[in-house]
Design a protein around this ligand. Structure first.
Ligand code: SF4
Length: 428
């Protein structure tokens, strides 16, 4: 989806002494509805009802692609042209669809009404609709709303909006015990691995947000320590901080170094001594480093260019440059949260070209001029760049795939090595 806004380009000094070019202009991004694809798999008793147009229905259908099954937990209530005639009709229609859905699907315990950007939907007050429907269906079903609109957003912001809408529903922590809250969707297999590490380190109680079941929401309060698992959740973290929780400063758990720094932040906050930390993490670190070595041969000195898309770009760039010796031509990110990314920015090589925002034509010009070995970008740019002989990696794949933690470090490296190997074979 292409969004047009006026163009301007500027540079600024960021708090960790890095030059950051800020750009605005035409962008090539998916909208926040995309988050439904992984969120519906994570929260197993939730349903995501997009209130949108046929475009929104097509986006969800094609993004979810092969994952559509007999009883999917997402759908689109399509607002037709005729709904524009009267908002009362649109609200009645929405109530009818929700009633039909919840009657047919008693397994749904949490329903998200997901707003979108067509003008007929913007006129609908979905927060009032959620309140009205909640009164009718509680306590069996909780009904919340958030926006997945594509105006001025990028696709990972859908998760942020979804989780932020869920924060007010979290119960207040009742006791003085410190607890750890890992914030951001992780694959179940990754969550299980981290849980075993926290157990071995003696850190707990630990909860994950979002939870697998909406009936088991974690509690939050002044003794809750937040460890961010994803970098794209500023609104969620702010809402949790307003409930008293404290964020731990940490890099993100990508690669060996990132995972170690992330675990160490939790270990320090829970008073784990250095010897215990080393004893628990060392075998995992050593195994992951051995697994990464094979990919270093393939990736070292390869030049990589990141277009802004997933908001994972900075932690990925840090991993690829420090652990695999890749050369960073340009690292674009849609938004740069300087506080949440501070630990990452410190680890980037000196002089790295950082860009916040996008003017896609200018960025394409820079990319073509630089002729990098590999480009990380959205689907809309990947095909034209491939046609020009430039190897690409879809950034959306990095959000769908389990990439966090020691066990996944080599898998993450392989995601970048594979397109290069494929290109080499094609050329040969
Ligand atoms: S929410 Fe907006 S950007 Fe997203 S699919 Fe619907 S119309 Fe397109």
């Amino acid at each position: 989806m292409t969004v047009h806004v006026p163009t301007c380009t500027a540079t600024a000094e960021d708090p960790v002494s890095r030059q950051v070019r800020t750009e605005s202009g035409q962008r090539e991004v998916f909208c926040g509805l995309t988050g439904i694809v992984w969120l519906h798999r994570k929260i197993q008793d939730a349903f995501f009802l997009v209130v949108g147009s046929r475009t929104c229905a097509h986006l969800i259908q094609s993004a979810a692609g092969v994952m559509i099954f007999a009883e999917p937990r997402f759908g689109t209530a399509i607002m037709e042209e005729k709904d524009l005639a009267g908002l009362t009709d649109a609200n009645d229609e929405l109530d009818r669809v929700v009633t039909q859905l919840l009657t047919r699907r008693p397994d749904i315990k949490l329903l998200f009404l997901v707003g979108s950007c067509p003008s007929e939907v913007i006129k609908l007050d979905l927060s009032r609709a959620a309140l009205r429907l909640s009164q009718r269906f509680s306590p069996g079903v909780r009904i919340l709303n958030y926006s997945g609109s594509g105006i001025e957003t990028t696709f990972t912001q859908g998760e942020d909006a979804c989780l932020a809408s869920l924060v007010p529903a979290l119960p207040a922590a009742q006791d003085e015990t410190s607890s750890l809250l890992v914030v951001g969707s992780l694959a179940d297999v990754v969550e299980d691995q981290f849980m075993r590490m926290f157990d071995a380190l003696g850190i707990g109680p630990v909860a994950f947000f979002p939870p697998r079941k909406s009936t088991a929401l974690p509690s939050v309060g002044p003794n809750t320590k937040i460890l961010m698992a994803q970098p794209f959740l500023p609104d969620t973290v702010r809402a949790l901080q307003e409930r008293g929780a404290k964020r731990l400063a940490a890099p993100f758990p990508l690669g060996v170094e990132g995972t170690t720094g992330w675990l160490r932040a939790a270990a320090d906050a829970f008073g784990v001594d250095a010897a215990t930390f080393d004893k628990v993490t060392e075998p995992n670190r050593a195994r992951a480093e051995r697994a990464l070595a094979a990919y270093k041969t393939e990736l070292a000195d390869r030049r990589i260019f990141f277009f802004p898309d997933s908001q994972l770009e900075i932690p990925l760039a840090r991993f690829l440059s420090r652990e695999l010796s890749m050369k960073l031509v340009e690292v674009g990110t849609p938004y740069l949260h300087r506080e949440h990314l501070a630990e990452e920015l410190k680890l980037l090589p000196a002089g790295v070209a950082l860009t916040e925002g996008q003017d896609v034509d200018l960025q394409l010009d820079r990319c073509r001029l630089a002729r990098p070995d590999i480009v990380v970008c959205g689907l809309g740019l990947a095909n034209p760049l491939e046609a020009e002989g430039i190897t690409t990696k879809w950034s959306i794949e990095l959000v769908f795939t389990p990439i966090q933690g020691y066990e996944q470090a080599a898998d993450l490296a392989e995601l970048f090595a594979r397109p290069l190997v494929r290109r080499a074979k094609l050329v040969a």
